[in-house]
Write a protein that binds this ligand. Structure first.
Ligand SMILES: Cc1ncc(COP(=O)(O)O)c(C=O)c1O
Length: 411
């Protein structure tokens, strides 16, 4: 028997300002929405909330796609659902890799038994669209899988011309917009996306655990052509394709039937995450999609000016940096992990480490969702200045906060 004395107390997290590359501090109204009472999955309130959420996300994605819904799981659940449902074993998939998350798309496509072709560019850069087209012509893929904002490098791959190229060559176009959606322009219809997925824990200002997804009609046709309804709920007339999707949980055909008028039982929708996702989209659209992107642009520009004002060197091609995250070189002589830990423990502020070739070389600082705000930017820069000085770096007094405040005033 468990000794009562060893049972921990109720969860009571410390106050934190999450200024890393995500997760970030959620909007207070999102946290409130998550504590709303549960209802049953076919309660008319629940099905109405699901329909409202679909319509809200059409606004977020910039689409009229009927097939706009949530995948229960973190962002990679959305990625996996899109790829495993759109790609048949043996299909060719082209993945341009410009950071860690391109590798993730390739990895997921490989597990879906696709023939995966990658092209790579140096971390800190994006691809000219001509390079993507050349690779499409050479590889002749069924699907192009392209990250929009790769959080590992902070780069934002331009997508606006890629859809037309894919359409010209008969290629499906999927993008992972986990890190970028809500803080940078994304136009699913105008840019010709066939599939796109995201997560809540970046610019949408929620917790991780729900993945918004949208599919064009062309993509829905592919998914439907692989339809299979599981035994136990299958009805006469339900198709059962030979090349059915090799995942039950991520079979978008069954998920569409669950979200659609048929309401065919699949998983049990994660009610509190639905409430959270609905609230993330609601606050975004209430403020205005363009206004939120502009707020991210200004906060990101202020953080960039601030770190430069502290004399830090910024990583990557600044012309293609996402609005919502910046990578700064850790100054020589400053112990990166120790200094980051001091920012956390002494100031309650989290900034991010980095992966792969950038590990130990840069910190990543985010300004996203609820935290794309002047006070959050200035507080972070003040803490960073104090910690850098403590670890022996020579930093101009108020160099960061002054430069950031000027940027906010100019905006
Ligand atoms: C661009 C991108 N894709 C995918 C993921 C994976 O997201 P998750 O951890 O929510 O599964 C992340 C997480 O940081 C990301 O930044």
């Amino acid at each position: 028997m468990t000794d009562a004395a060893t049972i921990p107390g109720p969860i009571d997290p410390p106050a934190r300002l999450l200024m890393g590359p995500g997760p970030i501090s959620a909007y207070p109204s999102v946290l409130r929405a998550m504590s709303a009472p549960l209802v049953g999955q076919y309660d008319p309130f629940m099905t109405a909330a699901m329909a409202e959420t679909q319509e809200l996300y059409r606004g977020v994605w910039g689409t009229r796609n009927d097939a706009t819904l949530l995948i229960d799981g973190t962002s990679r659940a959305g990625i996996e659902a899109a790829i495993v449902s759109l790609v048949r074993p043996g299909d060719r998939v082209l993945v341009p890799v410009f950071g860690r998350f391109g590798h993730l798309l390739a990895e997921i496509a490989e597990r879906a038994m696709a023939e995966v072709h990658t092209i790579e560019t140096e971390w800190g850069q994006v691809f000219p669209v001509s390079v993507i087209e050349e690779a499409i012509v050479r590889v002749k893929p069924t699907l192009l899988a392209l990250v929009q904002g790769d959080t590992s490098t902070t780069m934002n791959q331009p997508l606006d011309e890629v859809g037309a190229i894919c359409a010209k060559h008969g290629v499906l176009f999927y993008s992972d917009a986990t890190a970028s959606l809500g803080g940078n322009a994304f136009e699913a219809d105008a840019w010709g996306l066939d599939a796109a997925t995201a997560g809540l824990q970046k610019c949408l200002g929620g917790p991780s655990g729900s993945s918004p997804l949208t599919l064009s009609e062309r993509a829905v046709e592919v998914v439907r052509s692989r339809g299979r309804v599981e035994a136990g709920i299958r009805e006469p007339g339900d198709a059962s394709a030979a090349d059915f999707v090799r995942s039950n949980y991520f079979d978008l055909g069954m998920i569409l039937d669950y979200w659609g008028p048929r309401r065919l039982n699949h998983h049990t929708e994660a009610t509190s995450m639905l409430y959270a996702a609905r609230e993330c989209a609601r606050v975004l659209l209430l403020e205005g999609r363009d206004a939120v992107i502009e707020r991210h642009r200004v906060a990101g520009a202020a953080m960039l000016a601030g770190v430069q004002g502290l004399g830090l060197t910024v990583f990557g091609d600044l012309a293609h940096k996402m609005n919502n995250v910046v990578a700064v070189e850790i100054p020589a002589g400053v112990p990166g992990d120790e200094a980051r830990a001091a920012v956390l423990t002494d100031f309650g502020i989290e900034i991010g480490t980095s992966f792969g070739p950038l590990h130990g070389r840069v910190w990543r600082i985010g300004t996203m969702g609820y935290n794309a705000r002047e006070d959050a930017v200035l507080t972070t820069l003040a803490a960073l200045e104090a910690v850098l000085r403590r670890f022996g770096a020579s930093v101009p007094a108020a160099g960061g906060t002054d430069a950031a405040a000027d940027t906010f005033r100019a905006a």
